[in-house]
Design a protein around this ligand. Sequence first.
Ligand code: GAL
Length: 794
Amino acid sequence: MVSINLNFDWKYSEKFEEQMLDNNFDDKEFEIVHIPHANKIIPYNNFDEEIYQFVSCYRKNIFIEKTLQGKAICLIFEGVANAATVYVNGQLAFEHKGGYTAFGGDIAQFVQFGADNIITVKVDSTERDDIPPFGGVVDYLCYGGIYREVYINVFDGVYANTMHITPLDVLDKPKAQVDINFSQNVDNMPIDIKVLDMQNNVIATSQETANGDNFSTVLEIADAKLWDIDNPFLYTVVATFGKESVSERFGLRECRFKKKGFFLNGKRIKIRGLNRHQSYPYVGYAMPKSAQESDAEFLKDTLGLNLVRTSHYPNSKHFMNKCDEIGLMVFTEIPGWQFISKKQEWRDVCLQHTQEMISQYYNHPSIILWGVRINESGDDKELYTQTNKIAHSMDKTRQTGGVRCFPMSKLLEDVYTYNDFSYAGKKTILMPKSFVAGNVPYLITEFNGHMFPTKTFDHEKRRQEHALRYAKVINQAYKKKGISGCIGWCMSDYNTHKDFGSGDKICYHGISDMFRIEKLAASVYKMQQTKNPVLEISSNMEIGDNDGGQVGTIYMFTNCDQVKLYKNGKLVNEFDMAQERKKSEFKFLPFPPVEMLDIIGNQLEYDDKYKFSKRDAKKMKNVLLTIKKSGTIVGIIKKLFSIAGLIIKYRLSIDSVTELFGKYCSSWGQKQVSYRFEGYTNGQKVIETEKGAIYEKKLYVKSDRDSLIEDKTYDVVRVVIKATNQFDNVCPYDNSVVRVKTNGIVDIIGDDTFALIGGQRAVWLKTNGKSGIAQVVIECDGKSQTIKLNVEKK
Ligand code: GAL
């Protein structure tokens, strides 16, 4: 097979006219664009979503060599939103409905060999009511354009339409079943199959003959290494036949949802996941490989998750490949949102999507469940009997789920997958499984989201509550054995339709913002693993930012063994986290957030005015901490009895208690206090963070990588920009203007001048065909930083 990438230099027009199909049409007024392409660059927020809902035209001239005559020339589009009609030299080649699955076909019959050929694509990015998810309302934007890659595969003679690999008997005698569907019937065709491990060692082979258009064989894998979340071992099958060969990666693993939970390779795992929308600021869905991969790494490596739900559609193959490689499990699902149409065309497209999703994503070991129901749609026995039938007949090993938002729905799938938004900050955390689904395999597929939208620039008390709500629900899911786990709504904030969001076309439901910059809630996930030390304090300890000057209840989000607290450089308390965790209301979590009440420690023992005895210092501390917790002087009344002795002994008045409270707890009317927190693991200091007044503003600039490679298409890199204080904490109320300039070796995606949002923001840079050292200057508030990126063109 020869593969020709077709991502560069398409001609693009925001309108489509029939005359554009003519090979002689003059398209010199068209814009030159590269794929992935957004049909419209949209503002960050506050815009009319109809600005990208139009029919556009993409044209590309390709010279097809004479030598390709007689071969199959398969033109493949990985994803076009939302419908595409493809013409070759003005002749209709094929059409496709739906933006989330690949499509294509052999265009040889339309091609002129040894000559230029024009491919024209009519891209319909309107919200057509014959295509899911459209017909009702949708809480996300579906954007437009040829937003995933395009290529041609040239085959000589018979080739494989698909090669599906099924892991069998994984826990006993692991085997790989290889099923190939050929482009034509074959007759006694020799076929050679090899299985390679990750070091390219051949570990199994078979030589057979194929007849008809399908071939199936089973190969035993000796000394097999399983695909696991900690060790995601991958194998490759290479099948050689006729003049062609095909290769596909797969993994050996058994995934099973049972009544008592989820089991990967026979081992129970509590699913801890997030939902991901594949959208980015400005360009919507149009982001290339490295950005897709970064999201998978963010979820697995930074947040420590074991699963992602690709809500509410199949995601890019780059994202999926990365999930396979890093051991991040995936629940993927057919496109749709709540609405089921009565129109037969719509329903047919829904079935087509089911079939395409399973066929195209079959070999990804990361996928552990097929979602074969439109997210949160009502019961539709006829439609969902069919989607389940398609899934079960195409894939004998994976189970199906279908995401609901109501209890006691008729279960046509194998797993009851339920969006449980019961937690509203009151008593109810999750609905009882027995009430929602009965005694069946059960997974919570969404929670939080719209119940508590939270922005990076909200007050810290709201951000703390946001984080605790995640902890609350995940803790409950950990507590209940019959719940396989829970998947939070959601990874990042996202642009949405007018019917949803905060009025500015953004749904602030993420544990990170649209730039993937974390909110405090991200720490609840991050701290559940031990690979990276985490220590986040939920407050900046700025009394003036809090009601009545009371910082109130503060939480530590840490996976350390011990936290030492220093006040103005002096050690005041040491928290033994194992002990603290026992007291936590989130104690079913591997690492629960812990309330940090005692910020006084032993200081009262050394108070030079009152000279408390050790015992009395302890008593007095209790009084002050009660006041701190209740946030008012009412706290004293509660403690009146225990304090009576102290009042007499130390001649305390309301004023002196207020003075002590000010000195040790609130520092209201006192000189500003700084707090340093040090996290220890196995006796070693692994992390520290400091809170105190800002006396120096710094400009933080960090790019995710320092090199970019333009290969099959352009490459991008994210640069995070923050206004930080002398302790490297973000200045949460800094909205300074940032200017980004480049020396032309890379381009800026979106605006080059913008305000920080709550002290932070990011910008993506993209290659533009040039190579060399890209110099990017970031200026903000009189400060400037230059980053250098090595840009290569392959
Ligand atoms: C759910 C829906 C998600 C998202 C979420 C917001 O009902 O499935 O797509 O809209 O609400 O919380």
